[in-house]
Design a protein around this ligand. Structure first.
Ligand code: FAD
Length: 506
């Protein structure tokens, strides 16, 4: 029952922050274990708007530190993972008498262009919507628009690539393993986990990291037995996905009359992603789901801008997540700080606990570096900051060479269609060839599950990326859930159940 290994670090939570910290720490030579109670990125880290962005709106709340750090991260992260991250241009239509005067938006975009060490991303420009394809799907309310740069990320894949890289550097990565109790004992942390089969294991570690996102207070009160804890404010945000509203590769940034902002983003080749909302949330973060009110709000707000309205029946998918924002006492959900706070608790000679409050996808790598400063101070420093300039698995190609990678993959596997090849390079980068292996024709890809999902990919995900259920594969490792019919998804689930059963029997 009791494991003999003493880990330097035990991380609770396999979202972006837990996996980012585990990767950085493992790369510096610490002995690391991480436990995720469900699938990686099954919490907030697959429910984002998926922007690698400075956060133009946070300038209004004077969050200059956060915006600067986030802006600088855009190109660092793009270079680290040019498959799952790509630059995107945003069109911000400007309406006379709108919520924010044009000079203020222009000032914000000026700071945006100059605060963050931009090298490859193109600068802001102002243009006339009349003669531009970006004006076509919009109501004729707008004449002028700003166009600026930010990045887009496949959030769930970013998480699993960090987990893979951490494992590759020696970390013990446990999925579907819940931390049920953690106590200080004999100068170490004694951590008890329970896996999906109900097996309990005891781990020992010199330091504990609570990176449980919206569950961070729940871990403090439940797992650590602290009584009530109130450090984060839970703010729900939901998105709707509709069939493609526009063919242009640029995204839209709309300013709603209530002061909120909304994005409409080209999504997964055939769709448009619209969001988000901002409402205080109470209850289990795992039970969050879009409300009727949010659907009505998003449809109505989008219909104010697009010439063709967005109706409920156009919606093909929705998702909802809970932001774990550090509770700074702001009265409105939109005003709560988006910055992160790291707090170490250590008594005399007691093994330390690091709590992670808040954080964004965009700043996860810097958050991990700051966490490692605290870990080094507590355990003794090892290694140096190394993740800037590194590559996540499959990301070892130049940031602007995505199209060349797709062409190279099609040359090697001429039977692949363009869209299929693009999707594979987007998900796996240079690992796409390892995934396809010796396949010489479509038959060599094995069973076809629907969309562009074949057996070779399913195998890769089960064997290398901890995928267990159809949901892991269809909605987190890929977004093929948007392409498969309900029957096809069920057939995949049955096939995976068979694989699990034969593995158990073996
Ligand atoms: C609507 C919305 C839009 C957003 N848009 C953006 C954006 O565009 N750009 C951006 O940069 N950021 C965005 N964010 C913020 C970003 O998504 C989050 O800050 C980030 O994903 C939080 O990651 P995390 O690792 O802290 O939490 P999570 O991803 O929730 O991870 C915590 C994990 O801990 C696990 N866990 C909890 N308790 C236990 C336990 N006892 N044992 C084991 N595991 C446990 C959970 O299962 C969970 O997977 C958005 C957030 C939301 C909600």
């Amino acid at each position: 029952m009791s494991g003999e290994t003493v880990h330097d670090l035990f991380v609770i939570g396999g979202g972006i922050n837990g996996c980012g910290i585990a990767r950085d720490a493992a790369g510096r030579g610490y002995g690391v274990a991480l436990a995720e109670m469900n699938d990686f990125a099954s919490g907030t880290s697959s429910a984002a708007t998926k922007l690698i962005h400075g956060g133009l709106r946070y300038l209004e709340h004077y969050e200059f530190r956060l915006v600067r750090e986030a802006l600088m991260e855009r190109e660092v992260l793009w270079a680290m993972a040019p498959h799952v991250i790509r630059p995107m241009r945003f069109v911000l239509p400007f309406q006379k008498g709108g919520v924010r005067p044009a000079w203020l938006v222009r000032l914000g975009l000026f700071l945006y262009d100059h605060l963050g060490g931009r090298k490859l991303l193109p600068a802001t420009r102002t243009f006339d919507l009349g003669g531009d394809p970006a004006g076509r799907p919009l109501k004729p309310l707008f004449r002028k628009a700003f166009e600026y740069s930010d990045g887009w990320v496949d959030d769930a894949r970013l998480v699993v690539l960090n987990a893979r890289d951490a494992a590759g550097r020696g970390a013990l990565i446990l999925s579907r393993t819940r931390v049920v109790a953690a106590r200080r004992q004999d100068g170490l942390w004694r951590i008890e986990t329970r896996n999906a089969a109900g097996e309990r294991t005891v781990h020992r570690a010199r330091m504990l990291v609570n990176a449980a996102g919206p569950w961070v207070d729940g871990v403090l009160s439940g797992v650590l037995g602290r009584g009530d804890a109130h450090h984060v404010r839970l703010v729900q945000g939901s998105h709707i996905v509709v069939r493609r509203k526009f063919a242009d590769p640029r995204a839209y940034f709309f300013q709603n009359p209530d002061g909120r902002i909304m994005f409409a983003i080209p999504y997964e080749q055939d769709f448009t992603l619209i969001g988000t909302t901002d409402r205080d949330y109470e209850g289990d973060p795992g039970a969050v789901a879009i409300t009727d009110g949010e659907i009505d709000y998003l449809c109505a707000a989008a219909s104010d801008y697009f010439a063709e309205p967005v109706r409920r029946e156009d919606i093909v998918w929705t998702y909802s997540g809970v932001r774990p924002l550090f509770d700074d006492g702001a009265s409105k959900a939109q005003e709560a700080t988006r910055d992160y706070v790291l707090k170490v608790e250590a008594g005399d000679g007691e093994p330390p606990l690091l709590n992670v409050f808040g954080g964004k996808l965009t700043t996860y790598r810097r958050l991990a570096e700051h966490a490692l400063e605290k870990i080094g101070a507590a355990l003794g420093a090892k290694g140096r900051p190394w993740t800037a300039g590194s590559h996540l698995p499959g990301g070892d190609f130049a940031p602007q060479a995505f199209d060349a990678e797709v062409t190279a993959l099609r040359l090697r596997y001429p039977f692949l269609g363009q869209r299929h090849a693009e999707r594979l390079v987007r998900c796996y980068g240079t690992d796409a060839a390892a995934l396809l292996g010796t396949a010489r024709d479509a038959a060599g890809l094995g069973r076809h599950f629907g969309g562009t999902l074949y057996e070779v990919e399913v195998r890769w995900l089960v064997e290398r990326e901890w995928a267990v259920t159809a949901e892991d594969i269809l909605w987190r490792r890929t977004k093929q859930g948007l392409s498969l019919t309900r029957e096809e998804a069920q057939a995949l689930e049955v096939c995976l159940e068979g694989t699990r059963a034969s593995l158990k029997a073996g």
